[in-house]
Design a protein around this ligand. Sequence first.
Ligand SMILES: *Cc1c(COP(=O)(O)O)cnc(C)c1O
Length: 397
Amino acid sequence: MSTIYDSFGVRPIINVSGASTRVGGSLMPEEVIESMGKAATESVAMAELQGAASRYISEVTGAEAGYVTSGASAGLTLGTAAILAGFDLGKIESLPRTSGMKNELIISREHRNGYDHAARLAGAVLVEVGMNEITANAGVRRTEAWEYQAAINESTAGIYYSQGPDSHPLLNEVIKVAKDNGLPIIVDAAGELPPKENLRRFIDMGADLVAFSGGKALRGPQSTGILCGSKDLIGSVALQNLDMDEFFEIWTPPNDLIPKDILPGIPRHGIGRGFKVSKENVIGLLTALKLFVEDAYLSTYTEQRKFLEFISSSIADETINKKIHDPVEGSPILTIELDLDVHKKSAFDISNELKNGSPGIFVQEVGLEKGIITIHPLNLNEERTKLVAANISKVIH
Ligand SMILES: *Cc1c(COP(=O)(O)O)cnc(C)c1O
């Protein structure tokens, strides 16, 4: 196996970990690659391009507006910056310094995770509510909606919510607290696609901003994401992300993104200027989003299952428990469970040997400590499937 990375001395690998960022995210479909190639050969006014992106994202999410960001994480930073500063040019200039401003975002302790650094980056102070009583083996209850209410004070700027299959309290309960208090709520839904319905679900519930990854199951460029939500907040995002080196007299931002008529002038480059999104990335993301919305990926799930069956059947050891799990929507996954009492190697040993093999094979991290090797088929094709099967069956004994 040889790849373009060889030409700079980087060895080829196969990513069976899914859309993990550290191994390159998802691979893009031909249509997306072609669209990016074409975008790279023509100039475009970036504000107008994001204006058009906003209209398409609005159409498929039901939100008032949308924006292509350089990843979900960037979307969370930009969205937080919008919550903190709005259209106040003084506040936009001062971020991430927020002293004297409403700067607190309330978050459940259960929702704290490494990605919330994105909100702190904009200058927000996270105020935790709830207890991790279940994980601490010291109680039975999870975070409750009243705890958000009780934490609201004159410094509260909004609520930060991390959406997952087991998020608690339920998003609609937390949205109710936000609405009752006139506070915006920003939702990290980076990995929540598919199902397709989630594009609209959190917006329908009343979330003010929702961030999705573009480089995961959407199969857009790795460094893209979508932020959708209310017109004013997305407008503030555009103002803090776009290149601002212009004269007010000739500045023509699209009206549906930036309301020039209510602004006293043009801010300097905002906190989001470092999260530049290229024209190729905007077009690539929109093309991938369109494919996803039109169900172009559905047939690949059947194909992915066949790849997993092939890999599974290549492992002969009878002490190993192999199982293909079919989700309601999205990719199936293969788990290979070792009987740690009889097996000489741990799942960590096997994972390391696979990583260091040729080509390097990167399985999912989750479950390794329990002796479970998980194979995600998102980036497989026939050639890679054969290589994975051959290497796993060689290494696993
Ligand atoms: C992947 C992920 C992110 C970051 O998304 P990027 O598009 O890589 O910036 C944020 N939050 C969660 C929960 C994620 O899974």
